[in-house]
Design a protein around this ligand. Structure first.
Ligand code: RFL
Ligand code: PHB
Length: 390
């Protein structure tokens, strides 16, 4: 089989890239290791920056998001029983969109299939070959036999645990990595959100986050050990702990049936370069952020915007400058999102290794954000999203 762009991975990065390329008259084929049901049901991100919301609308895949998504004009920071609202509308004139990642994935798959796009689910054993020539090819197993996809460009959209990043020789790659000494225990619960807006709570017992998926489904997180044993967390224990961490006069946490539980480790990770010959890495394949800033999916979308622009110019007129500067352009935004995600994580979590002095520094920093319009604006500007291409 032959196509213009061979895409590995049908997460948000691979699907959005395939859709935007199609709108620009460029053909692609997506190879996905898992089944369609699995990728459509995978519960992950929930917050879209305004530029990403706009990108989806402009690409014609925003109808369900506009109907079912929830526009949020601010978030609440809570500590020691006090709330500070970061008013995005007043500080930046912008908002964020709360709309679940798995629905974006469903919407994009539907759009690709309706346009005759090719997504091969359950394609395993993917290997990338001849990446430094102008005729790279991908080998994979599908429908019981090995097959070959010839293409001009390979897009590695296969997430943090994919194979694409490893195709870049270790001798030229540089990895920046930080693991945090905690994780998040996340739950999905059939109960109306206890707050209209997201609540980020700093507490001596550990961080907690109140988010949502719809007017009747809540998504909540608790700071825990990175390898926390879920068996130790009964539903009652989870609700009791959340109540303690969100406690504030007049706040009532509404418990409900927990339908899903999971533990996520927290890390900051960047692998450079993001390009090797005809291979381009996008999204989690190249970089991971801790979820505190809600940036992962948004960064993937920004990489897609940069590569779409570059490939449209290259296939259209042969202009290669966009491809040559792809990594550099993406990394300007990636590092800013890394800084913000690291800062939000440092500001709001309990660090067992902190000295009393460092604890006071964290308190003072949060107190400063609470009291300063300039500091609140900095937070708001980063949270609603920097321009997609910097
Ligand atoms: P994905 O979504 O991991 O998709 C990669 C796809 O590649 C497939 N794959 C392969 N296919 C073929 N061959 C192989 N060898 C393959 N190896 C893997 C996988 O099956 C998969 O389908 O990466 P992508 O597209 O780069 O998208 C990134 C986002 O999924 C991720 O950054 C976000 O979910 C991060 N994230 C959040 N981001 C936000 O912007 N806002 C949020 O509010 C937010 N909250 C979160 C999050 C991530 C979380 N977890 C679970 C990590 C909350 C959590 C709890
Ligand atoms: C979510 O709703 O899953 C969510 C929201 C905000 C974050 C992280 C995750 O910072």
């Amino acid at each position: 089989m032959r196509t213009q762009v061979g895409i590995v991975g049908a997460g948000p990065a691979g699907l959005l890239l395939s859709h935007l390329l199609h709108l620009n008259g460029i053909e692609s084929v997506i190879l996905e290791a898992r089944s369609r049901a699995y990728v459509e049901g995978r519960i992950r991100a929930g917050v879209l920056e305004q530029p990403v919301e706009q990108l989806l609308i402009d690409a014609g895949v925003g109808d369900r998001m506009r109907a079912e998504g929830m526009e949020h004009a601010g978030v609440i920071l809570r500590t020691e029983g006090r709330d500070h609202r970061i008013d995005f509308e007043a500080l930046t004139g912008k908002h964020v969109m709360v709309y679940p990642q798995h629905k974006i994935v469903q919407d994009l798959i539907a759009a690709r299939l309706a346009a005759g796009g090719q997504i091969l689910f359950e394609a395993t054993g993917v290997s990338l070959n001849d990446l430094r020539t102008d005729a790279p090819f991908i080998l994979y197993d599908h429908a019981g036999r090995q097959q070959r996809l010839d293409c001009a460009i390979v897009a590695g959209c296969d997430g943090f645990h994919g194979i694409s990043r490893d195709a870049i020789p270790a001798s030229i790659s540089r990895v920046y990595d930080r693991e945090y000494p905690f994780g998040w225990l996340g739950i999905l619960a059939d109960t109306a959100p206890s707050s209209d807006e997201l609540v980020y709570a700093r507490h001596d017992r550990g961080f907690a986050l109140l988010s949502m998926r719809s007017p009747s489904v809540s998504r909540l997180y608790l700071q825990c050990e990175p390898d926390e044993d879920l068996a130790l967390w009964s539903d009652d224990r989870i609700w009791d702990e959340l109540s303690l961490r969100f406690a504030r006069d007049g706040f009532v946490l509404r418990p409900g049936a927990i339908t899903q539980k999971g533990v996520t480790a927290m890390r900051s990770f960047v692998s450079e370069p993001m390009q090797y010959g005809r291979l381009f890495l996008l999204g989690d394949a190249a970089h991971i952020v801790p979820p505190t800033g809600a940036k992962g999916l948004n960064l993937a979308a920004a990489d897609v915007a940069v590569l779409t622009r570059a490939l449209t110019a290259w296939f259209g007129s042969g202009a290669s400058d966009g491809l040559e500067t792809y990594g550099q352009t993406c990394l300007r935004r990636v590092w800013k999102a890394q800084r913000f995600s690291w800062w939000m994580t440092s500001l709001l979590h309990r660090f067992d290794t902190h000295s009393p002095f460092e604890r006071q520094m964290q308190r003072a920093e949060l107190d400063y954000v609470f009291g300063s319009v300039a500091a609140s604006t900095t937070l708001a500007e980063n949270y609603v999203g920097l321009p997609l291409i910097l």
